[in-house]
Design a protein around this ligand. Structure first.
Ligand code: EPZ
Length: 426
């Protein structure tokens, strides 16, 4: 398994370009199952999860053509789907495989999808996805680790009035895709408002879907008989952009972040400015961040969009270790998303955890050592801690970070970081 070796202490300077959003590319690729026609997608990030998604679509007999592997442009055609199954072997490596459930139910009316297990950050149930599909007339049985779903006798799901008990991003995306070709209107209340959900709505509309309310908590979808092919460019990755914002801040550097969407980063920018970071929105796709002379501890609570993203919590914790004073971090979305804290403590951070709350006292001098990555965003937090730590930090199990950050070593080296990938033998 590969490792990253980082020699900390360098201020990052220069320009770094953000890739397409992994969490938009995943539902958008799954949506290609909704039509027999060609769907061409651009700005897909070259990360492992999208290779897994393309394997999954190919398993279902969709034709996935790419100019190169890994690719940023995909052409997906699903003229017929003989294999309406998402097997455990693929789902276990990527929970987002659950996003094929909605499109399969809409297009074919039958699906067999492996239950995605939990992961390091939590149990990650999909009960809300299933309850909503049942409200739309699906018959669902879960047995032997699989979800067996079947549309009503008519073959089509029925529009329904669904109120999600909790805000769920992929749950909202699954129901959007299921409702796009259901019989009648679906009203989805307490829907997720993440930019990735809005990007999926944009794609579905281009395919002929009738949807309104995107960006709000209530979505209305009027089902249509069929959807057609289209072309779509995926939005920039706001979490990658946010990660680079923290990288510029924590190293006291001066970074220009290009190809991003500042309007998706409102809560993150506000919180970093509150901590003393100088941020300038240069234009609609560029942000400049300059490290603060003095970082000030600031409390932060993760919330659904437009609140501070849980996917930025580990990165913020790394910054908080360098801020003067106390930062109380509350993780409201997932039950076990502080795994990075213990590794940062081994580097010298002063953090105490009590359930969903982490109290960070700073500034703490971090010193490099060997640390373990546990999940995608925890790995990003450890990279940031390594960039500011004295000496060398060796991060193990970096396959986690390769799932969601395209070329992170090259991008960081391009702005002055001393980081290299050590290819594992095992
Ligand atoms: C999406 O996961 C993202 N993944 C996650 O990003 C992100 O952390 C999360 O949304 C929250 O923003 C993708 O988009 C592929 P949820 P998702 O359903 O949809 C509970 C990353 O690092 N819940 O919004 O799985 C759930 O347990 C990943 O890129 C139920 O109880 O998250 C959690 O506590 C990590 N029942 C809360 O809701 C359900 O049926 C939010 O989960 C569904 C969810």
């Amino acid at each position: 398994m590969d490792k990253f070796l980082i020699k900390g202490g360098k201020a990052l300077r220069g320009r770094v370009a953000v890739s397409g959003a992994k969490n938009s590319a995943l539902p958008v690729m799954a949506a290609a199952l909704l039509t027999a026609e060609k769907v061409t997608l651009h700005n897909i990030p070259k990360v492992r999860d999208l290779i897994t998604m393309s394997k999954l679509l190919a398993f279902m007999d969709a034709r996935v053509s790419v100019a190169e592997v890994p690719a940023s442009d995909y052409v997906i055609e699903a003229p017929r789907l003989n294999h309406t199954e998402a097997p455990y072997e693929l789902v276990k490596t990527m929970r987002a495989s659950i996003l094929t459930l909605g499109p399969l139910m809409a297009r074919v009316g039958v699906a067999r999808v492996s239950l995605p297990g939990g992961c390091a950050i939590g149990a990650r149930p999909v009960d809300l996805h299933l309850k909503a599909l049942e409200q739309m007339g699906a018959e669902i049985v879960t047995s032997h680790g699989y979800i067996e779903a079947r549309a009503p006798k008519s073959g089509r799901l029925k529009g329904a009035h669904i109120v999600f008990e909790k805000i769920t991003v992929t749950g909202t995306e699954n129901i959007l895709m299921a409702a796009a070709m259901a019989d009648g209107e679906t009203i989805l209340e307490n829907a997720a408002r993440e930019p990735e959900v809005t990007d999926l709505v944009a794609l579905l509309r281009k395919m002929g879907a009738q949807i309104c309310g995107d960006g709000t908590a209530t979505l209305r979808i009027r089902g249509v008989a069929e959807l057609h092919g289209t072309e779509h460019t995926v939005i920039p990755d706001r979490i990658e952009a946010g990660t680079f914002l923290v990288a510029g801040a924590i190293t006291g550097g001066d970074l220009t972040i290009a190809n991003c969407a500042p309007e998706h980063l409102g809560a993150v920018i506000a919180k970093l400015e509150q901590a003393g970071v100088a941020i300038e929105i240069v234009d609609k796709s560029t942000i400049r961040v300059r490290g603060a002379k003095r970082l000030v501890g600031s409390d932060m609570t993760t919330e659904e969009y437009p609140g501070f993203a849980t996917d930025m919590q580990a990165q913020y914790m790394a910054l908080a270790t360098q801020a003067e004073g106390t930062s109380v971090i509350s993780e409201k979305i997932f039950e076990n998303r502080f795994l990075h804290a213990s590794e940062m403590m081994r580097m010298g951070a002063n953090i105490s955890i009590d359930g969903h709350t982490a109290v960070v006292h700073g500034p703490a001098r971090l010193s490099g050592t060997t640390v373990q990555a546990s999940d995608l965003r925890a790995s990003a937090g450890l990279v940031l801690a390594g960039l500011v730590a004295s000496g060398e930090t060796l991060i193990e199990r970096v396959y986690h970070i390769d799932r969601g950050y395209e070329g992170i070593v090259e991008k960081l080296r391009g702005v002055g970081a001393e980081i290299e990938r050590i290819h594992g033998t095992a």
